[in-house]
Design a protein around this ligand. Structure first.
Ligand SMILES: CC(C)(COP(=O)(O)OP(=O)(O)OC[C@H]1O[C@@H](n2cnc3c(N)ncnc32)[C@H](O)[C@@H]1OP(=O)(O)O)[C@@H](O)C(=O)NCCC(=O)NCCS
Length: 251
């Protein structure tokens, strides 16, 4: 079942946040929110393509936060040219479609007109990861906002939207932040300020920094593992996660 919220109360909070950010005639956005019931296996993209919006600007720009979306839906949209942090936009669009089709793969997008201007992805850890065979672990793989929309709190609202879905309570959600993926050049942040920016962003949805002896993460002191335990994850799964996170301790 898809629930579209009448979100007058939420919108008041968001409006305050956004009007603080978007003073004067700067770019301003409205927000749409779709909530997904994980028991519904075949998502109809038309259902998650919500139509309500809040418009905050004289120039009527509206941003939609949607998800989890289907691969078919993503294929009908255009990737903004500035979504090139990880790979060229067209290739990244294909990667997003692939993730949508994975078991438990989920993609949330920020859409402006027909353009994807931001996304966040979830999938099981890949085969090279030490958490690969842990069925309760889901990785927040990437979050990206196109360059021209950065620092408007799009990432913040998109991630909040994703974590308002009940699937997050069914998994141990991890994110592994490798500093070599960061866009230091465009952000003009130092590596440590970038790390602080990301850990604060992820902390806003209750991911917490975790120590690990994973050699890939230890390869650079700025790399970070962050973790959130869903409420419905059994104790045994948490224990297994601990064993995998500190392998040397449990050998
Ligand atoms: C990281 C990224 C997704 C942030 O997107 P964004 O929409 O610009 O982020 P937001 O506007 O929601 O900002 C979130 C917080 O970070 C801060 N922030 C973001 N970029 C910043 C910058 N360049 N300098 C200072 N602060 C910054 C914001 O001020 C905000 O802080 P607040 O909550 O105190 O207001 C974006 O920079 C990006 O796509 N980077 C390239 C890909 C990447 O590094 N992804 C993360 C690893 S997977």
């Amino acid at each position: 079942m898809l629930i579209e919220l009448e979100y007058n109360v939420i919108s008041e909070v968001i409006t305050k946040t956004l009007t603080r950010k978007f003073l004067g005639n700067e770019k301003v956005m409205g927000l749409n929110m779709a909530f997904y019931d994980p028991n519904e296996k075949n998502i109809d993209h038309k259902k998650v393509h919500v139509t309500k919006g809040l418009v905050f600007t004289p120039n009527n720009e509206v941003l939609h936060l949607e998800g989890p979306v289907t691969g078919e839906y993503i294929s009908r949209l255009k990737m903004d040219e500035g979504l090139s942090n990880f790979r060229p936009p067209k290739n990244q669009q294909e990667a997003l479609i692939t993730i949508c089709n994975l078991q438990n793969g989920k993609v949330f997008v920020a859409r402006h007109d027909n353009n994807i201007i931001g996304y966040v992805t979830f999938h099981h850890p890949d085969e090279y990861s030490r958490w690969h065979n842990h069925p309760w672990v889901l990785e927040l793989g990437a979050i990206e906002v196109t360059k021209s929309w950065r620092k408007y709190r799009v990432a913040y609202h998109l991630i909040k939207e994703a974590f308002s879905n009940s699937f997050v309570e069914e998994f141990i959600i991890i994110t592994i932040e490798y500093c070599w993926h960061w866009d230091l050049r465009n952000s003009q942040l130092t590596i440590w300020d970038y790390q602080k920016m990301l850990t604060k962003l992820f902390a806003s949805v209750d991911l917490k920094k975790r120590a690990t002896d994973d050699p890939d993460i230890l390869e650079h002191p700025a790399n970070v593992l962050m973790v959130r335990h869903g409420n419905n994850v059994p104790k045994e799964a948490v224990q297994r996660f601990e064993e995998l996170t500190f392998k040397s301790k449990y050998l």
